[in-house]
Design a protein around this ligand. Structure first.
Ligand code: ADP
Ligand code: MG
Length: 241
């Protein structure tokens, strides 16, 4: 996944400024930055939930499609896990995961449900397939949301603060699933405030400040000695508590 010279405005507000960003196959990139720096907007542009004003975004060398069927295909190639899980409350867990593969990929219900159960096992919830989302904890629901994203066989997974809405005791179980995906070679862009996770699991850290990529570095390099004053200031705030 590659962004080249991407600019995005909301009205007069310049939200992404000449952003260049690469996530190579099998790589895990942690995208960090203060609230309002443009992290979610960047993710939404990659998934074409927002359009860019200039610059290029490519996936495996192909530019993002504008609309129509191609756009639906693109969305299937880019999995997204948000802060809010947005599971269908009236559908069982297995049905939540199998829903899009049946509707978008045209898989049979039987195959999609089988696959859903495999993916549930992968996120440590083999016994929850028949439960309804409301019967699960937040951490479990987020793991279902990850399984749902994986069910589309995405080439890239984007995570936008997947643990921010969780009670502290549930953060670890979700990060563990993400770490195991990373170890399996999944290509991931992860917006997170979990600095320990970023340091352990990421291959690279990209620090966004006011819509601009201020610094890109290996995690140890970044956390031990950020080069830019803005990154130093940010880290001193988030690591202070
Ligand atoms: P982050 O995820 O890093 O907190 P966002 O990408 O959500 O940042 O937001 C970046 C900036 O763009 C913020 O100033 C935010 O208020 C603004 N913004 C985000 N979405 C919209 C929108 N749909 N309309 C107008 N402004 C927006
Ligand atoms: Mg955000």
């Amino acid at each position: 996944m590659r962004l080249e010279g991407v600019n995005k405005y909301f009205g007069a507000h310049h939200v992404l400024r000449d952003v260049d960003l690469d996530v190579r196959a099998g790589e895990v990139v942690a995208l960090i930055g203060a609230s309002g720096s443009g992290k979610s907007t960047l993710c939404r542009c990659v998934n074409r939930l927002e359009t860019v004003d200039s610059g290029r975004i490519t996936l495996a060398g192909e530019p993002l499609p504008e609309e129509g069927r191609e756009l639906a295909r693109l969305r299937a190639r880019v999995g997204m896990v948000f802060q809010a899980f947005n599971l269908f409350s009236h559908l069982r867990v297995v049905e939540n995961i199998a829903f899009a593969p049946v509707k978008v990929r045209g898989r049979s219900r039987y195959d999609a449900a089988e696959r859903a159960r495999e993916l549930l096992a992968r996120v440590g919830l083999a016994d929850k397939g028949d439960a309804y989302p409301g019967q699960l904890s937040g951490g479990q629901q987020q793991r279902v949301a990850i399984a749902r994203a994986l069910a589309m066989d995405p080439e890239v997974l984007l995570f936008d603060e997947p643990t921010s809405a969780l009670d502290p005791e549930m953060v670890g179980e979700v990060l563990d699933v993400m770490s195991s995906l990373a170890a399996d070679g999944m290509t991931m862009l992860v917006v997170t405030h979990e600095m320990g996770f970023a340091r352990r699991a990421a291959d690279r850290v990209v620090f966004l400040d006011n819509g601009r990529v201020e610094e890109t570095a290996a995690p140890d390099e970044f956390f031990d000695g950020p080069r830019s004053p803005r990154a130093r200031e940010f880290l001193s705030k988030v690591l202070a508590h």
